[in-house]
Design a binder for this molecule. Sequence first.
Ligand SMILES: [Fe+2]
Ligand SMILES: [Fe+2]
Length: 305
Amino acid sequence: MSNIGEQEILNIGKVLNDPTRPMKERFRALFTLRNLGGETAIKCISECFTDESVLLKHELAYCLGQMLDKRAIPVLRSVLEDNKQDPIVRHEAGEALGAIGDPNLRELLEKYQYDPSIEVAETCQIALQRLNWVANDGASEKLSKSPYSSIDPAPPSGENNVATLSKTLMDETKPLYERYRAMFSLRNMATDDSIKALGEGLKASSALFRHEVAFVFGQMQDERSIPFLKKALEDTAEHEMVRHEAAEALGSIATDECTEILKRYLNDPRPVVRESCEVALDMSEYENSPEFQYANTLFAVKAEA
Ligand SMILES: [Fe+2]
Ligand SMILES: [Fe+2]
């Protein structure tokens, strides 16, 4: 994408940073910037952390992490350190720093592994263990290959027996990092049994863990997970981070049933949930259309110019 000029990137940044635009357009702009990468894209994304939408800001952090660009470290660090940011946003900043995986971040993550927000604390604990893994046995371990391009917060487990993995997944005495490893192995398997086991994971005590299960279902885009996701979104007592992830997962599975469920929560009292449903319905529209690219703001700003 080297033929894209600075000005075009800035124009996409304007779409992202424009609070009068519909959330779905701003999301498409964000993903376009993520795919383009580079210093200007990072700058445009960073500027948006003053926005009001928790949903958008947590996604900014997620995208910065997935770009694996060390130039994003200072802004992610300041978001993690900012107690006025919502824990969902700070969690995503911590996870993004873990994804970038710079060993110099150890001290920072060690500090926040005891954060009063449990989502933030747990995220930093997992990120620290991933740093250790990268530094020690990361390269030598023989693990199942992820069919997804994402950088996961933990590698898959070395175990490949579904029953053993399910047991680890639900073992509340085990560190979350180990349970995450079981989760990613079960995702990579994508069998009836592994999906059922993951669905059970939505009963775990940690909200962070449950939100990751829903996220993983979104990656899998497998209709067999719909009943679990539906239950999570419909449960108004469930943590909004989990309901948000369930909504977006339903959007990426994109069957008629998913659309029907999502439409019902477009007016949810929680902004994170209703915005997720709006974005999710846009994603499912894309999944069901012959459109070439979801992250298509580049073409849109060209057309507007
Ligand atoms: Fe998250
Ligand atoms: Fe999320």
